[in-house]
Write a protein that binds this ligand. Structure first.
Ligand SMILES: Cc1ncc(COP(=O)(O)O)c(C=O)c1O
Length: 374
């Protein structure tokens, strides 16, 4: 793969060493062109060709999203963000008082608050303690032994430490214990391979604006078809039902697939963007992207360590991701990130560390710019 060529799709590289794909990513010129295609259509023809242009693209992108995670397109719904997908699960399962949800204290708030919100229904959320940015599998195993545990909710990659969970192993534990498995995949989808069937994932949600390199406000939600009927949609509307363009006949026969969770008019512009973004990822190949990103993060970690930085991200085999978190000597990480920003290096500060998160189009020059700025 000639990664150098991919750089030309990201004009942001002319101005910055953009190392914040774990935050909000820039879009490629390919996604920009898709948005222009949408706005051109909307401006010149409105909804005249709604079926041929909009509906056709929505269903094409659904199939591409399904391909990305190894799912049936029927199991994919478009959502406005990760939080909405997780909320569909939290609000929709038939919780009983005494039920337990297992997660961990390394999680982003959007994978904590929807579960805490169930407290007044007698549902308890156990946040297993992370250790050095990791969550030991044995701790999850023990927690799932509790017969009250109904759901395990974890991210594919932790937003602060960058720790990559072993989703296949976690999925096996869940299957063996009859526990539902819900994955917040926003910190890896588009950068690391993921197969929902291989990992026994029941629910997955990810917005498009990080590693997928799309715009904010349009993501995907996967619901395994065998558990679809266990979720009562928290909102239903005209688009939740079958034959939903027959507006004159009221009925509540829900769509057979996850489309039932799309209760009203979709974010068509966002779906156009997401489609172009997923096309690009699939074209390059998620396996090749993962190799490239892991190479860049390996290189960066090594260089940082050799210069005396303290790495906060686990670097063991199978634990690494697109995120490298570090501290620069005794300097406040906000100050370090501020200095980097002044030098045109865009990272972030999370969980007490400076977080750098390169994608495939970044290269050694970007990493060197960061190191020089330090
Ligand atoms: C792990 C994780 N989940 C969720 C989100 C954000 O979710 P949403 O798409 O709902 O804004 C973030 C954003 O930083 C995140 O890191």
């Amino acid at each position: 793969m000639n990664w150098e060529n991919t750089r030309s799709w990201f004009p942001v590289t002319r101005e910055f060493a953009y190392l914040n794909h774990a935050g909000v990513a820039p879009i490629s010129t390919r996604v920009e062109a898709a948005l222009q295609r949408y706005s051109n259509e909307a401006t010149r023809r409105g909804a005249f060709h709604y079926g041929d242009v909009y509906d056709a693209e929505i269903e094409r992108v659904r199939r591409r999203a399904a391909q990305l995670v190894g799912a049936d397109p029927e199991a994919i719904a478009f959502v406005k963000n990760t939080t909405e997908g997780l909320g569909i699960v939290a609000a929709g399962l038939d919780w009983q008082p005494g039920d337990q949800i297992v997660s961990c204290d390394l999680e982003y708030p959007s994978n904590v608050y929807p579960w805490w919100w169930l407290r007044d229904r007698g549902v308890e959320t156990v946040l297993l303690p992370g250790r050095n940015g990791r969550l030991p599998l044995e701790a999850v195993d023990r927690a799932l032994e509790n017969p009250r545990t109904r759901l395990l909710a974890l991210s594919s990659v932790e937003y602060g430490s960058g720790y990559r969970h072993d989703l296949a192993a976690l999925g096996r534990l869940c299957r063996d214990r009859g526990v539902l498995f819900c994955v917040d995949a926003i910190q890896s989808l588009g950068c690391l391979p993921l197969d929902v069937a291989e990992c026994n994932i029941d629910f997955l949600a990810a917005d498009g604006h990080k590693w997928l390199l799309s715009v904010e406000g349009c993501g995907i939600f996967y619901c395994a078809l065998p558990v679809l009927d266990r979720i009562r949609p928290r909102i239903v509307g005209w688009r939740s039902v079958t034959d939903n363009t027959d507006y004159d006949r009221y009925h509540l026969d829900l769509q057979p697939g996850a489309g039932r969770f799309e209760e009203g008019t979709p974010n068509t512009a966002g779906i156009f963007a997401l489609g172009a973004a997923i096309d690009l990822i699939l074209e390059l190949g998620v396996g090749a992207i993962a190799e490239r990103v892991l190479e860049l993060t390996e290189q960066l970690s090594g260089e940082l360590e050799s210069r005396g930085a303290t790495l906060l991200s686990p670097r063991g085999s199978g634990e690494t991701s697109g995120i490298v978190s570090f501290r620069w000597a005794d300097e406040d990480p906000n100050r370090t990130a501020g200095r980097l920003r002044q030098a045109g290096v865009f990272g972030a500060v999370r969980r007490g560390g400076v977080r750098a998160s390169p994608h495939f189009y970044n290269d050694t020059r970007d990493l060197e710019q960061l190191l020089a700025a330090l």
